[in-house]
Every structure is written in structure tokens, then in C-alpha cells.
Design a protein around this ligand. Structure first.
Ligand SMILES: Nc1ncnc2c1ncn2[C@@H]1O[C@H](COP(=O)(O)OP(=O)(O)OP(=O)(O)O)[C@@H](O)[C@H]1O
Length: 257
């Protein structure tokens, strides 16, 4: 008899050192299937390093990482086919069109979305025949997302998917990501935009200096600070307050455990 499906991601005792720098310091993480989890934290907190280890692009110094019950050491080929990655700066061929770029990436996969479907998912139909070098920043980001989706992955990793975009392009991308979420895919994204985390993520993990300083549903984290609101702070507590409080820079006090 088949047992329950393994969780999307489990991380145990993850450590990554670069020389004297401790980039990730004993991380423990579980991501359920279909969950959208956000990694937040100040510059240098270890978000990209953590994502890159999950994506198989870096090897951990210590610890265990399992994705869909598989691990990079033994099951790299299988895992490659089951994850999609959109990095902060995806390297693209400027002299290919949108359609050609997707066809190329599609050819790397044995199954997945067809090119037309991937183009439609990110609403680039009217840019299909444009060269990549003529795309705007937001259109490039949407193409990167389509490239991550073309293999129809079980887990999608997005490293700061909307950094550098204007507010309208950011909103367009949020709408696309909300649709993906609704489709039940597991998503892990890193972001500096708290509004993005609040809008898209079921759960956020706040990292600081390689360790988790807080985690939970955005609404739970906000509620956890409500009691510590000093009278000087009469407005509603926001996710920004949570972020600042847990990284040691905010006006609200973190409740003692
Ligand atoms: N290849 C590397 N060699 C040496 N140090 C590194 C390397 N990659 C990351 N680091 C260091 O590890 C720490 C964590 O970096 P990381 O890029 O993971 O942080 P981050 O949270 O993604 O930051 P940001 O928000 O600025 O992208 C930093 O101190 C960084 O300088």
C-alpha cells in the first residue's frame, strides 16, 4: 500500500559556511505540498544561499535537504525535472525571440507545458516574436517565470521575483503568481517586499544572520506583536513591524516565548 506523499521540502540542521562567514546557521524548515512559503530577511541574511542549496546549485557544509522525498546527492536528475527556478537575474539570449527562448527551454524537458501555454500563463502573447533584448524589465521577469514553468515543475523557486520592477509590473506578476498558487503548486520565494509576502505567502520565515528569527502565517505574526504594541504605536501592526521587530530594528517588542 502506498504511504502518504512526502512533504515538498524538509531541511534539517542546514549549515553553509563560506570561509569565516556563516551564511546559514542550523536551519530547520518544512514546506508542505501546495504551500507558498516566503523567505524574508535583511541583506546578507542567507536567503539566496538557502534557495541555492534547495535548488541544488550549492552544496551544504552540513545538514540534510529533501525535496519530494528525494535528495540532490542521489537523485539530482529526477529533481532537476521536478523543480523550476527563476533567479534574480536569469541569463537569457538577447538574440532569440520569446517563443524561441521558450522552445529551447522546452526541449530540455521530456514533459511539461507546451510553448503556447507557457506564453499564455505569463501573458506574453503579444511579445511572442519580439527579441529578448527588446523586452522591458517586467516582461523579462515574466519570461523568466515562463522558463521556470515550462517543465511543469512540482516546486517553483523564485529569488526576488519582482525586485526592480515598477509598481504596475509588480502587480501584474503578483496576479500571475496568485494564479499559480491557486493551481496548487508548491512555491518558495525570497523577497524584500513585505506586501508581496503578505499577499502571496501562506507562511513566511524571517531569517537574520543565517538563522530563523520568526515564522508563521503573516496574520499570526502580526497578531503575536499586537500585545507588545506600546501606546505610542496606535496604528495597526503590519508585517513590516513584525519584520523590524524580529530583526531588532522596530518600535514593537517581540513577546518572550
Ligand atoms: N559565494 C560566496 N562566497 C562568499 N561569501 C558568500 C557567498 N555567497 C554568499 N556569501 C555570504 O553569505 C552571507 C549570506 O548571503 P546571501 O546572499 O545568502 O544573503 P541574502 O539574504 O540573499 O542577501 P540579499 O538580500 O542581499 O540578497 C553574506 O554574508 C554573503 O556575503
Amino acid at each position: 500500500m502506498k504511504g502518504p506523499l512526502p512533504p515538498a521540502i524538509t531541511v534539517r540542521g542546514l549549515v553553509k559556511r563560506f570561509g569565516a562567514t556563516l551564511a546559514v546557521n542550523g536551519l530547520e524548515l518544512d514546506v508542505a505540498r501546495g504551500e507558498c512559503m516566503g523567505l524574508l530577511g535583511p541583506n546578507g541574511a542567507g536567503k539566496s544561499t538557502t534557495l541555492e542549496i534547495l535548488e541544488g546549485l550549492q552544496t551544504p557544509t552540513e545538514g540534510e535537504v529533501h525535496l519530494l522525498g528525494l535528495c540532490w546527492k542521489k537523485d539530482a536528475k529526477q529533481l532537476r525535472a521536478r523543480i523550476g527556478v527563476a533567479q534574480q537575474q536569469t541569463w537569457l539570449y538577447d538574440r532569440l525571440t520569446v517563443e524561441e527562448t521558450l522552445a529551447l527551454f522546452h526541449s530540455f524537458h521530456t514533459h511539461g507545458l507546451d510553448v503556447e501555454e507557457a506564453i499564455a500563463r505569463v501573458r506574453l502573447e503579444d511579445k511572442r516574436e519580439d527579441y529578448v533584448m527588446h523586452l522591458s524589465g517586467g516582461q523579462r521577469q515574466r519570461l523568466s517565470l515562463a522558463l521556470a514553468l515550462v517543465g511543469d515543475p512540482d516546486i517553483l523557486f523564485l529569488d526576488e521575483p519582482t525586485t526592480g520592477l515598477d509598481p504596475r509590473s509588480r502587480r501584474t506578476l503578483w496576479e500571475l503568481l496568485e494564479e499559480l498558487r491557486a493551481g496548487g503548486r508548491t512555491v518558495v520565494l525570497s523577497t524584500h517586499y513585505l506586501e508581496e509576502a503578505r499577499r502571496l505567502c501562506d507562511r513566511v520565515v524571517i531569517l537574520d544572520r543565517g538563522s530563523i528569527v520568526a515564522q508563521g502565517r503573516p496574520s499570526e505574526l502580526i497578531a503575536s506583536l499586537e500585545g507588545g504594541r506600546p501606546s505610542a504605536v496606535s496604528r495597526e501592526v503590519t508585517l513590516e513591524d513584525v519584520y523590524l521587530a524580529f530583526t531588532g530594528h522596530g518600535p514593537l517588542e517581540v513577546p518572550s516565548p
